[in-house]
Ligand binder design. Structure first.
Ligand SMILES: [Zn+2]
Length: 355
């Protein structure tokens, strides 16, 4: 935004004129998610270590069709992309209406905006130029983000955080991921990795974590950790284990809520949702115990609202939020497409901070 724009209307979602209380309005997540409810469907892609899934999602957040394929164990990057291509092409060919944009949720880490991805659990992709390769395949703008951040946007779009502008969304499954929305903006951080709540320390002398630390939430509560400690799959965990996991999640949420002044923490993922009330009651109890500040005390912990559709709805939400950072079909596949800061598709209601 240069000075020359001063005479034009600010983009929707930008910090606007003072509200009734005289303070600048903050903008909302909903104002930043482009409303394409009538414009055509979205192609949504979720890429994980176990499966790759593609789907068609309507502009108002409903999954119309989906297909999945097991993620190949291959270390050949092209074999992995062939598998992804097959499932994406299958969905596009079946679609009765051509998708207008593509959003992707992928395991991290990645370069900002998914220019290249190096998912920890997909060993064949290291600095793989996912965004440009997909754009060349599908011929529509492609936006990529971390899968947990994608879920966070999806929960705010049509899930349990709908209408909320200050929240944490986390996934407790095989691992633990998270995404943060603050002041109606999805937080990125310097490298796009904001929200790694799995590495908040909840037991200072706890188990070693894959990150090199000790006692991280992920080292204590992930499905992998529970199986390692109990010798049984997380789905068979005892009530005591379910409550302990809830307590530790509540402890992590308490720190984040006090740090960031959150209204809500949405907790999704097979472990958390499978543990049910015992888990969520313990989490809320611990949150109450640990949050003493007046502003943090009302923070709530609620189960995710998107169920098995969460990853695809989240990916679609990324397409709506991130059109300014999307690669188009004209990009080459060597990672030379436009910088994320350069608008490929103009989206006046998208991110206005140039990232
Ligand atoms: Zn860790």
């Amino acid at each position: 935004m240069g000075a020359s724009t001063a005479t034009t209307d600010p983009p929707a979602g930008d910090v606007g004129p003072p509200g009734a209380d005289g303070l600048p309005s903050r903008g909302t997540l909903r104002s930043r998610i482009r409303d394409l409810s009538g414009a055509g469907p979205l192609l949504a892609v979720d890429i994980g270590g176990t499966k790759m899934e593609a789907g068609i999602v309507t502009g108002d957040g409903r999954v119309l069709d989906r297909a999945r394929i097991a993620t190949p164990g291959s270390t050949d990057p092209e074999k992995l992309f062939d598998a992804l291509s097959s499932v994406v092409s299958e969905i596009v060919e079946r679609a009765t209406e051509q998708p207008i944009a593509c959003g992707v949720g992928c395991g991290g880490p990645m370069e900002f905006g998914g220019r290249t991805v190096s998912p920890l659990n997909i060993h064949g992709w290291r600095r793989f130029p996912l965004r440009a390769r997909l754009a060349a395949l599908v011929g529509v703008p492609v936006a990529v983000d971390n899968d947990a951040k994608a879920l966070a946007v999806g929960e705010g779009w049509v899930g349990a955080a709908r209408g909320c502008d200050d929240y944490l969304a986390m996934v407790v499954s095989t691992g633990i991921g998270g995404g943060l929305v603050l002041d109606g903006r999805l937080l990125d951080g310097s490298g796009g990795n904001a929200g790694h709540v799995g590495h908040v320390v909840v037991e200072p002398e706890g188990r070693p974590c894959a990150c090199g630390g000790r006692g991280c939430l992920e080292a204590e509560v992930s499905g992998t950790a529970i199986a390692a400690v109990t010798g049984r799959p997380a789905a068979e965990a005892s009530p005591d284990v379910r409550r302990l996991c809830g307590t530790l999640v509540g402890r992590a949420v308490a720190s984040v809520a006090s740090l960031l002044d959150l209204q809500l923490a949405v907790v999704a993922g097979s472990v958390a949702l499978g543990f049910g009330d015992e888990f969520f009651d313990a989490a809320t109890e611990e949150l109450r115990l640990r949050c003493g500040l007046d502003f943090a005390r009302p923070t709530r912990i609620e189960p995710g609202g998107l169920g098995a559709d969460g990853p695809l709805i989240g990916a679609a939400a990324v397409a709506l939020l991130r059109q300014d950072g999307a690669a188009t079909g004209g990009s080459d596949d060597a990672g030379h497409e436009s910088d994320p800061g350069v608008s490929v598709v103009q989206g006046p209601d998208m991110r206005e901070d140039g990232r």
